[in-house]
Design a protein around this ligand. Structure first.
Ligand SMILES: [Zn+2]
Length: 179
């Protein structure tokens, strides 16, 4: 396991050698990602498997896992977005080569001897995993809007299992109103 901040590697050589790199990166060191987070503590775990596919292309099979703390765009409270992203990147030397790739392969444009910053790759995966407008799931979100516009399923579940906070609120108002 390697712990890195800005380690650079030669992806072409690693693909030839069929090397696998794995490790952790502190989220706070990722300059494009960190400003989007409510808390930038924590780490992303990654596995990058360099090798060749059945057509002899140099590829990276990547897996990135992290828990991102974001601001819910509906209730503005902190939410945790679990990220478990995996994909296959094909190393290409130019746009022509990129166009010839099948849809399931994402191109990673690099010059023949250009080194690759692993952290950048991990950061790209994380950024792609963040929705345009991150939100809690309905039912978890603390927004009043969602409570009123609840789906039928959520309403029935609320009836069978009353929210303990609502019961507390009822007790409070009851005791003050009776006096
Ligand atoms: Zn929310």
């Amino acid at each position: 396991m390697v712990r890195l901040t800005s380690e650079r590697v030669d992806p072409w050589l690693l693909a030839e050698q069929e090397k696998t790199l794995e490790g952790q990166i502190a989220l706070g060191t990722l300059s494009r990602l960190a400003p989007l987070l409510v808390e930038d503590s924590g780490e992303a775990a990654f596995v990058m498997e360099f090798g060749r596919d059945e057509h002899g292309r140099s590829v990276i099979r990547s897996s990135v896992k992290a828990e991102l703390r974001l601001e819910c765009q509906r209730c503005l409270h902190t939410m945790t977005l679990p990220v478990d992203a995996s994909g296959v990147l094909a190393l290409v030397r130019g746009p022509m080569e990129a166009e010839q790739l099948p849809a399931e392969l994402d191109p990673l444009l690099l010059q023949e001897n250009e080194s690759l910053e692993l952290a950048r790759l991990v950061e790209d995966e994380l950024l792609l995993s963040i929705p345009v407008s991150p939100r809690h799931e309905a039912g978890v979100c603390q927004s009043h809007e969602t409570a009123h516009a609840g789906e039928p399923v959520a309403e029935t579940s609320q009836e069978t299992a009353p929210n303990p906070f609502k019961v507390l609120a009822g007790l409070k108002t009851g005791s003050t109103d009776d006096s």
